[in-house]
Design a protein around this ligand. Structure first.
Ligand code: 5GP
Ligand code: MN
Length: 334
């Protein structure tokens, strides 16, 4: 269905009373920050709201207000299903397609109104109502605009998750999605009580030793092409086991690889528990990893994207790097 305006989303929120909020698998700061900010907006408006996700909240985000109220499929009985009323609205945040919400205890087909709020260019407009702003740094920034539209009070419960969403999705205000508008929003959030030093310490200075051990292992396996245009590494199950690292602790490795001078694209191949390979792409400059990762059924943003592939990891590494070399040689995906 066609897109809508932030004003119409605000109107819809005023009209309905029961909301279920969700986001994508592998929760990140924007997914959680925008979910929690919207949750507290709805609470301010005396609405009924629940947040439900497939995955558990990563340790570094457990400081966020309201995380204890999030329902997580991983911890529920297999047969449990959330109750859906006639007028229940499902709000999906930061998810470019409906499959990316993973397994949540909901009979989706019974839901009459799905609201899709996102900033990914590859969004499939899967909602009954779709608000996609590809110029927004983060869904957190969109939720901030929504809070203004609804005349909400900017309490700490709203501004801490919103600031978290923005700071993480902009790579601490370094990515190309960082605009004057982003700083303006961050300024207003800081004025209303979001403390950048405290928030970023929770997120970036809160690692377990295992995360750094895993980073060390991945850097030992780091490889670079002969022209230094791209660099890559792998994280195998064996490396995860040896370092006792948690799934979420691979976060940041691919960004470290991109920090090498001259490297335009970094790639991390990670063997998952389920036996697939999760691939993360990052780029600086013009190479569009969102478009590139779509070759393999993935997506994301121009400078940060991902996909999952089935099969042997070494075969996958060869296949993806062959395509990447071809794309860079031909000047494609710019
Ligand atoms: P990450 O590499 O941190 O997992 O993901 C980077 C970006 O790519 C995020 O915006 C994320 O939503 C997107 N992304 C990662 N994996 C996939 C995927 O399998 N499909 C799609 N459509 N997007 C993905
Ligand atoms: Mn996002």
């Amino acid at each position: 269905m066609e897109g809508t305006s932030i004003g119409k989303i605000a109107k819809l929120i005023k009209t309905y009373h029961n909301f279920i909020i969700t986001s994508h698998v592998n929760l990140d700061g924007d997914a959680l920050g925008s979910e929690l900010a919207l949750y507290f907006i709805l609470k301010q408006l005396q609405k009924k709201a629940k947040i439900v996700n497939q995955d558990q909240v990563p340790y570094i985000y457990q400081f966020l207000p309201g995380v204890d109220e999030i329902i997580c499929s991983d911890k529920l009985d297999k047969n449990f299903k959330l109750e859906i009323e006639r007028d229940t609205v499902l709000v999906v945040l930061d998810s470019s397609n409906l499959e990316r919400i993973g397994n949540i205890p909901l009979e989706i087909e019974k839901i009459r109104i799905i609201v899709n709020i996102d900033h990914h260019p590859s969004n499939t407009n899967f909602g009954h109502v779709n608000y996609i702003d590809v110029n927004s740094s983060s869904v957190g920034e969109i939720i901030f605009q929504l809070s203004k539209e609804l005349n909400c009070e900017l309490t700490e419960q709203l501004v801490i998750p919103m600031f978290t969403a923005i700071v993480t999705d902009t790579g601490s205000f370094r990515y190309a999605n960082t605009t004057a508008e982003t700083f303006h929003t961050a300024f207003l959030l800081t004025k209303s009580g979001a403390n950048p030093h405290l928030i970023t310490n929770y997120i970036y200075n809160n690692n377990e030793l295992s995360a750094l051990k895993l980073l060390g292992e991945a850097l030992l396996k780091l490889q670079i092409d002969k022209n230094s245009r791209f660099a890559w590494s792998v994280v195998t199950r064996e490396m995860m086991g040896r370092t006792c690292a948690r799934e979420e602790e691979t976060e940041g490795i691919v960004d470290k690889i991109l920090s090498i001078r001259k490297v335009q694209v970094s790639v991390l191949f990670k063997e998952t528990k389920e036996g697939t390979t999760k691939i993360s792409f990052r780029s600086k400059g013009e190479f569009n990893v969102d478009l590139f990762s779509r070759i393999f059924g993935g997506g994301g943003h121009p400078n940060a994207a991902g996909c999952q592939l089935e099969g042997d990891i070494n075969t996958i590494v060869k296949k993806v790097l062959t395509e990447l070399k071809k794309a860079l040689n031909n000047g494609n995906y710019r």
